[in-house]
Design a protein. Structure first.
Length: 200
């Protein structure tokens, strides 16, 4: 009987050693969250530019991958711009976000902001991105240097919606994307796009 007990205790000791030596199960990596306003304030200029560029360029790449017609227009475009209204955690004038406009010929980046035209407009917490394609240098340069105001008429004419547009309208093609993909019903009226004084 004592012999059996000794064997049992020895077996339990070995089992305990095996369990303690075994590697802990790998934890699932958490996706990177958008920067909070506090995190954003602590970042230097180059880091902020890198964050904005990463989101904007990723949005552009996803659009071109998912939409062949957008790819056709992009190939013909003089330049492009992409904006993110919530993922980076920026809010001002009731709602807004950050983005970058790119001259395809020179590769020059101009960092920009988007915001409501007043203090009453709110985006309601909806996450979405906007991509602009510019047909020519005049349209692109006016957007970058003078800014652009999305009136109801202007946005309705150029917005692509579900992706049916196959050409530019007044030098512009505009895509709006949310977590489900290219949005069928698009309304960007009430927003203004302008240079970011801090990031350029």
């Amino acid at each position: 009987m004592k012999k059996i007990q000794r064997i049992t205790l020895a077996g339990l000791t070995v089992l305990a050693l095996v369990l303690t030596a075994a590697p802990a199960p790998a934890q699932e990596a958490k996706p990177e969250q958008g920067k909070s306003e506090e995190d954003w304030k602590k970042m230097n200029k180059e880091a902020k530019q890198g964050q904005v560029w990463s989101v904007a360029n990723g949005t552009r790449e996803q659009l071109l991958k998912d939409n062949a017609k957008a790819k056709e227009l992009f190939d013909k475009a003089y330049g492009w711009a992409a904006f993110d209204n919530l993922k980076l955690g920026f809010f001002f004038s009731g709602g807004g976000g950050k983005g970058v406009a790119v001259n395809k010929k020179t590769g020059k980046k101009t960092y920009m902001e988007m915001g409501s035209l007043g203090f009453g407009l709110s985006f309601g917490g909806k996450k979405y991105q906007v991509v602009f394609l510019f047909q020519d240098s005049k349209t692109f340069n006016n957007f970058v240097e003078k800014g652009w105001q999305a009136t109801a008429d202007a946005s309705a004419a150029a917005v692509v919606g579900a992706g049916a547009q196959t050409n530019f309208v007044n030098g512009l093609a505009i895509y709006q994307i949310d977590t489900k993909g290219l949005m069928a019903n698009v309304d960007i009226a009430g927003t203004k796009y302008f240079k970011d004084k801090d990031l350029n």
